[in-house]
Design a protein around this ligand. Structure first.
Ligand code: SAH
Ligand code: SF4
Ligand code: F3S
Length: 461
């Protein structure tokens, strides 16, 4: 069904190419998390199968923004860019503009687009991404402003074409949505309830990727540790799935994100410790170091439980790289709460901490809490947080100085003659090399730690 529509689209696109005397081009801009980035690979696949080739934003015939709404500045960036797109469209009347992704799942956003951005040609949401071939078809046939956003999912399409951003590594969705309802977070509202994909489908996809040359997969979900809870038939834990993925011949590295601390099992720790292909990196968002605030955030673990978890992980996997997310200025955050966050960061030895100022998201419980923290207090705490993160991060990352570690070479560095790769700990290393190394795992000596990354040299075996 999807395939025949895409063939039809390709015929319509081919006719336009003949008329214009050049190929029709697309541009996909992605905002937000790894899951959105992975969705964008599917959008690109559909556009390719529909006869478009990739082009820059300045010249493309079809521009689509895959949006994020987790914090207000993500929304503001999209609105800002829309003004620019309107200008482009005036110069190039044939240009089609589409918006999709998490922001489109919010009624007030769609209303605003309908009212104030009439030049947007197509709007759809996260639940009907797989109907993009049909929506594109209607657009190619001349329909004007199509808005089609669903309240929830009628299932996910299992076999959409995709254009991978890298040939040697790929994300793989293992679940969609989230049931946790942390009180600050909009994700459960825009991505819907948690759904796990069937293990056979995940394993098939991983095997197919490996047969296409992929050596590293990243299993994706908002809370991978609760994988399998809503599957029919015999339950499958995340740890078991991970073990089965790692057993695929030809696959070299397995990563996953994100882990919610409340659901991280001893079984997972054991599997990480005993399965060499599973990378020693764990992104374990803590959000706050204060038990009181964690409770109001509905995170369902205490400071002590988090510290205990970190200690158990470190005991089982001593070289583990831990990274986390922290929110500053959640409603009601006191100076003491904030001090608890700083001391937790100092105690945990994170390699990096992603820091966010609390952003009020319409419709979430925290948005209507009365004790919002004044902006200047948030700003001041944020700078103190950055200072702590810089110091502790540098200290943690430098623990590898002088070691020779396997590095997956990913791309050319901006600096002439240098390549960039990652250790299994997700630490970036820049070293002299050439394009032929891309996609290979090579031994690199991590010579000097430059804060969050290393400079090094390849070691001859
Ligand atoms: N599912 C993941 C996180 C997804 S959102 C998890 O539970 O850990 C990524 C990060 O954005 C969160 O970890 C949180 O730190 C941040 N975030 C989410 N909502 C936010 C908000 N309203 N304001 C500021 N930061 C927020
Ligand atoms: Fe948001 Fe919490 Fe779900 Fe993560 S676990 S996506 S922070 S609601
Ligand atoms: Fe943003 Fe949606 Fe991801 S809101 S963080 S793109 S799930």
């Amino acid at each position: 069904m999807q395939e025949s529509i895409m063939n039809q689209n390709a015929a319509l696109t081919a006719a336009l190419s003949v008329k214009n005397g050049r190929p029709m081009t697309y541009h996909v801009a992605t905002f937000g998390c790894q899951m959105n980035a992975h969705d964008s690979e599917k959008l690109k696949g559909i556009l390719m199968a529909s006869g478009f080739v990739e082009g820059s934003e300045d010249e493309a015939d079809f521009i689509i923004y895959n949006t994020c709404t987790v914090r207000e500045n993500a929304d503001l960036r999209v609105y800002g860019r829309l003004g620019y797109l309107n200008g482009l469209k005036k110069k190039r009347p044939g240009l089609k503009i589409a918006l999709c992704g998490c922001m489109m799942q919010e009624a007030h956003v769609v209303e605003k687009i309908r009212r104030s951005y009439p030049f947007v040609d197509l709007v759809f949401g996260t639940h009907n991404l797989y109907t993009f071939p049909e929506l594109l078809n209607r657009l190619l046939k001349g329909e004007k402003q199509i808005i089609d956003v669903w309240e929830d999912g009628a299932g996910e399409a299992e076999s959409l074409p995709s254009v991978r951003n890298y040939t040697f590594k790929s994300g793989v969705n293992i679940m969609f949505g989230c049931n946790n309802f942390c009180t600050y977070c909009i994700v459960p509202y825009v991505r819907g309830r948690e759904r796990s994909r069937r293990p056979e489908d995940i394993l098939d996809e991983c095997r197919r990727l490996v047969s296409e040359g992929v050596i590293e997969v990243m299993l994706l979900g908002q809370n991978v540790n609760s994988y399998g809870k809503n599957l029919e038939g015999e339950p499958v834990s995340f740890a078991r799935l991970l073990k089965e993925v790692a057993a695929i011949e030809g696959l070299e590295r397995v990563r996953f994100m994100t882990s919610h601390p409340k659901d991280l099992s001893d079984e997972l720790i054991e599997v990480m410790a005993s399965t060499p292909k599973i990378c020693h990196h764990l992104h374990l968002p803590v959000q706050s170091g204060s038990t009181g605030l964690l409770k109001v955030m509905n995170r369902r673990y205490s400071r002590e439980a988090y510290l205990d978890l970190v200690a158990r992980i470190r005991a089982a996997v001593p070289d583990i790289s831990l990274t986390t997310d922290v929110i500053v200025g959640f409603p009601g955050e006191t100076e003491e709460d904030f001090a608890d966050t700083l001391s937790l960061i100092e105690a945990c030895g994170f390699d990096s901490v992603f820091t966010f100022e609390y952003s009020r998201r319409t419709g979430t419980p925290a948005a209507s809490m009365e004790n919002q923290v004044p902006a200047e207090v948030v700003k001041a705490r944020f700078s103190r947080l950055l200072e702590t993160v810089r110091k502790t991060g540098q200290k943690a990352v430098s623990r590898f100085e002088g070691q020779i570690l396997p590095v997956l070479v990913e791309e050319k560095n901006r600096e002439e003659g240098l390549m960039t790769g990652r250790t299994e700990h997700n630490i970036l290393v820049h070293f002299p090399g050439d394009d032929a190394m891309i996609g290979r795992i090579l031994p690199v000596r991590l010579e000097s730690c430059q804060g969050f990354y290393y400079l090094g040299h390849i070691c001859k075996e």
